[in-house]
Design a binder for this molecule. Structure first.
Ligand code: G3I
Length: 355
């Protein structure tokens, strides 16, 4: 059953990089989100090894400061391991590769005439998801209660984005990824996370159709991450964003505003427009019974992925809170203004297919 959110909304952010940044995260945020440290690109440096060092440091910091971690992200076409993208097979459409992948039942050098098959694609993806989710569930029990399992699988026309797993496994790589993550940690909340799907459009319709299909088939999905990378002059109206949130609620799914940033010029007027946009989006999440968290994609402007000119975050170039942040923090911390209506119970998950 999708949860009603009764308490204050947790505010998440990517990991601190300096003592000053860490102090801000410690004092102003509830959830830490690894911007890159848990992605395949960073923790699976070659077919033979895993390196969870960076992720462990971040997750331990969160644990030690009484915070949880939003696991981001297990399958993202733009952040697959380098070795996957660089293997010879990617140069030869036939998928020729020479590599050894132990503990996948393929403990031998694969001959040059190897063809990159669906079976190997599933094995590689399953190994990464299983090793990563199990690692954190085992070593940091309860600290990583949720994961972005698949990120940005659709383009702006609602078609599948190209990536290795789509090419080799097919579109059901998405459902398989959720099944693997659920098998690795049955207690984790599993999200699909999408860019530019904060209002009804072709991409958002593709996400909703996939989510409805998953719920019908009993694929273990718990929520949708709505990233919301916007500007102070171009962001979803409350009608648009609340309609999207309501659509997922009818499916029995949670939503989170999962990567919020609002670019604006660092002028008085720009700050006012930025404050208005932040208040609008936070208000939309507060009004939605199934909206259970908000993550800003960065803490301070100098660290934003959007570059120096965007100034999209809650702390400025001097790492000082922007004037509107205290009021926003109160918005997040306040108990819900109205009793939240119960959300529809969802059909219990049917026994899932084996991969
Ligand atoms: O740290 C290395 C550095 O050592 C190296 O010299 C340099 C050049 O190769 O790369 C550096 O790593 C970069 C990393 O950011 C840290 O800056 C990676 O190349 C770069 O690809 C990576 O970009 C990240 C991007 O996701 C792709 O993974 C961004 O930081 C991160 O903000 C961005 O976040 C994504 C979410 O995961 C999904 N939603 C969209 C969002 C914004 O694109």
């Amino acid at each position: 059953m999708a949860q009603q959110w009764k308490g204050p909304l947790p505010l998440g952010c990517p990991m601190p990089y300096t003592p000053r940044y860490a102090a801000i995260v410690r004092n102003s945020f509830d959830v830490v989100v690894p911007e890159n440290e848990l992605k395949m690109f960073w923790s699976h440096p070659d077919p033979l090894s895993y390196d969870f060092g960076l992720g462990d440091g971040l997750v331990a910091w969160a644990r030690d400061h009484g915070k949880t971690v939003r696991g981001h992200t297990l399958v993202f076409g733009d952040a697959l391991a380098d070795w996957i993208g660089q293997l010879p097979f990617s140069l030869f459409p036939a998928g020729r590769a020479l590599l050894r992948i132990p503990n996948l039942g393929l403990d031998k050098i694969i001959p040059p005439d190897f063809l990159w098959t669906r079976q190997l694609g599933l094995a590689v993806m399953r190994d990464f998801i299983t090793r990563t989710v199990s690692h954190y569930a085992t070593h940091f029990p309860g600290v990583v209660p949720e994961w972005d399992v698949v990120n940005e699988a659709f383009d702006d026309e609602g078609h599948y984005n190209d990536n290795l797993f789509l090419r080799v496994i097919g579109p059901d790589y998405i459902a398989k990824a959720f099944e693997y993550a659920h098998a690795a940690d049955p207690h984790a909340l599993l999200f699909y996370n999408e860019y530019d799907a904060q209002e009804p459009n072709a991409r958002q319709r593709a996400v909703a159709a996939m989510a409805a299909d998953f719920k019908r088939r009993g694929v273990p999905i718990d929520g949708i991450g709505i990233q919301v990378h916007v500007s102070a002059t171009d962001y979803p109206t409350s009608a648009q964003l609340r309609r999207v949130m309501r659509e997922y609620r009818k499916l029995g799914l949670r939503v989170e505003v999962s990567e919020l940033d609002v670019s604006a010029p660092p002028t008085r007027y720009g700050l006012e427009r930025q404050a208005r946009a932040y208040r609008s989006i936070v208000g939309d999440c507060r009004a939605a019974p199934n909206c259970t968290g908000i993550t800003v994609w960065g803490v301070a402007d100098p660290y934003s992925w959007r570059g120096d000119a965007a100034e999209p975050l809650l702390y400025d170039d001097a790492l000082k809170a922007k004037p509107f942040f205290p009021a926003l923090r109160e918005m997040l911390r306040a108990p819900p203004a109205v009793a939240l209506p119960a959300v529809a119970a969802t059909a219990p998950r049917r026994q899932r297919s084996r991969s």
